[in-house]
Design a protein around this ligand. Sequence first.
Ligand code: GCB
Ligand code: CA
Length: 871
Amino acid sequence: MLLMVVSMGSVVSAYAQRESKTINDGWKFLRKDCPAAADSAFNDNDWISVHVPHTWNLEAYTEKNYYRGISWYRKCLVVPSTWTGKQIFLKLDAVSKAAVIFVNGKKIGEHIGGYTACTFNVTPYFSESSVNTLAIRVDNARQDIPPISGDFTFFGGIYRDVWLTAVPAQHFNLTNQASAGIFITTPVVSAEQGTIAIKSEIKNDALEKVTMELIYSIYRPDGAFLQKGKKKVQLKGGETRVVQQESEPILQPQLWTPETPYLYKVKMELTNPVTGEVVDYSEHYTAFRWYRFDGKEGFFLNGKPYKLRGVCRHQDQKPIGVALTDEMHRRDFLLMKEMGANFIRISHYPQDDALLEMCDKLGMLAWEEIPVIDIVPDTPGYGDHCERNLREMIRQHYNHPSIIMWGYMNEILLVTQRRYKTEEEQKPVLERTLALAERLEKALKEEDDTRLSTMAFHGSNSYNEVGLSRITDIVGWNLYSGWYGGDLTGFEHYLAEQQRDYPDHPLIVSEYGAGSDKRLHSLQPRAFDFSSEYQQIYLEHYLPVLEETPYVCGGTHWNFIDFSSALRDESMPRINNKGLVYADRTPKDVYFYYQAAWRKDIPVLHIASRDWKYRSGVQQGDVPVALPVKVYTNLPEVELFMDGKLMGKKPVENHQVVFDVPFVGKTPYLSARGNYQDTPVYDGLRVHFTSVPMNLNRHNLGGALELAVNVGSNCFFTSDESQLTWVPDQPYVKGSWGYLGGKEQNTQTEIMLTPDGPLYQTLREGLDGYRFDVPEGNYEVELLFADIYRSITSAAYLLGKGNGESSECSNSFDICINGRVVEPAFTPGRDGYFQAVKKRYVVQHTQDGLEIKLNPLQGKCFLSGIKLRKL
Ligand code: GCB
Ligand code: CA
């Protein structure tokens, strides 16, 4: 026993010189400015208690206008007695957007940029004997710090870990832009041999000069020791010295790829050559891999053609914002990896070290970038801040072999062109954009000449015309043909044009995607209907193009997750729903399309109906409703069963097969079977089915009828609250039901006062009414409206919500049911535009069907939804 303690003790004394720990717990927080809080004597008793990671903007999931301003964090700290005499460093992994740090009432520094870390030597400010107070003023409003524009929420807060590290007076430099002070490269790398070069920055914080020894040790991926090298270094008091070392050649190195993520460990020891004591210690991983991008032939990894199969990733998660723990970042990585991705665009900003660590260890190539987005403002300081953030990102993540390229601008002409229409107006903006791009490119190459540079453009040739595309090594195109405009084939045409005109530009499709909302389904999906089916069709078109076009180096789907974008409306306000997984990380069906396409090593068989569990269909007579059931798979053929009965067997094309299945019963069980390497593979799930009669005769109306129609839409809409499905609209034909005249209309604007927004966002405009050929009886009719026709003169910004807009309101009509006016001069927008209004009427003793008429009095008549219930 005694022996053990002694031997452990000696290990500790050899290696425990550097100590790091998080100080994430026990913070106090105030969401407003409070300059007095910097003072160490300030009383923060009535502030709320929080732990970091923390963000103060959770309201961004419900409100566009989330708080951008100043907040304060405070914490008390006692330094461990074992740290006496050591140098103590405070590291903030990320504070958005800017931080000013006070220790015991003294300002010790500030940091600009919400996505990179900062480190401060706090030794001179810390008291070793008493309680220290740490106060941090955080600002997420500043317009001189990127990002200033973009389709995501700029959450404020201390939202990554906070660390304290103690080291002896001689140590690796920790204050070079919060890097490790160690920079590792592989100057020689081939299948035959490789070398590892290490550039270390060593600091002597003592007054006297010292002689130190710097020892590197390299370990093979299997952990076996490989080689060691030493160098003596003399440091004057206060000096920081850069030391270069290079390993002996390592023969036949094990090459790193996403499939074989072989890492070599580099152990760095700073020792006292006299006593042999290890003074500071730091461990890193590196890898042997090389790559090139070719304009015509695509991407090559370790000399072999390699398709970059990627996703873009935002870092937030509803409802916790950006305050994710390390394990949540790791979980996201695993989901991407499981799907078969080998590449990630870390968009639009540097992300947590935990993610990069996973990329290295489990294998995923990476593009990381800084958030210079949409337009370059002429705000003083902006360019300096961009450059500093770029340099920080590179230094902080330099030793991650997974990273192959650095990016620094996204769609930088998008808002530029929207805001400035004439050439004359655009000229100065374009000049400063080019100047900034050139400046950042230069800084990037100064920092790192072993990696490549890139930018992402939106689908406009102006990036070529202006000269931006000449600046970086690789161009990224964000292409949304078939979503924001154009049709699906516009995608391959755009790529072909670029290849024809700029054959030497290596090209990545840095974004493509379509939104989906699992409440919406369609048999005739279209762009912007937010049906799951349109997202599927869109991606099923794009992915084969990416895979089969040799000059396309690869693609990164936008976005891996449904992410927070406070300013966005659409079907799911505050959320950009182009994800392959929902905000809670549940995979969408389409996730399995990618998995089927990208994974060969496991069987993938997925009935693509998890997102469409509540099915409904319009039934003609007694013929069962046939509905498509799609299966995503990497197997060659698939059999589909309903309640155990074989529905068919089909060969698979483009990783999918669709069966037309006659739905019978209320909760049919769907199952699929295929073969993977001679072993059967199954998938199965239960769905719910409700049929809606086409002909509303007495026979059909026998059951409890609730006929709900999503007026003005091609989509089924299933309410999350009631699970009631509203079927797509149809024109009236005798004996049935449907609209009378008018045309489809829709809005992407959020509809207030309802959880069923999409139902109201689609409508029929100018219709005469609606008719149901129902038999005699008593009925309940519900009508849904939202006035989306805010007149142009009443500009959006002049109107508060529901505050006396009535004088502006121009749309008014009578609602008549079976010839009786039930609502004279109905004004759906009276209480506010874009507000849900529901009206329900009991209709007694119908004789000749049920007819709802809308008689215009002023402006337009319209209807968003209708529901009929037999009483
Ligand atoms: C883009 C942007 C990205 C957006 C995306 C979208 O091109 O780069 O930030 O979120 O489009 O969904 O519109
Ligand atoms: Ca509708």
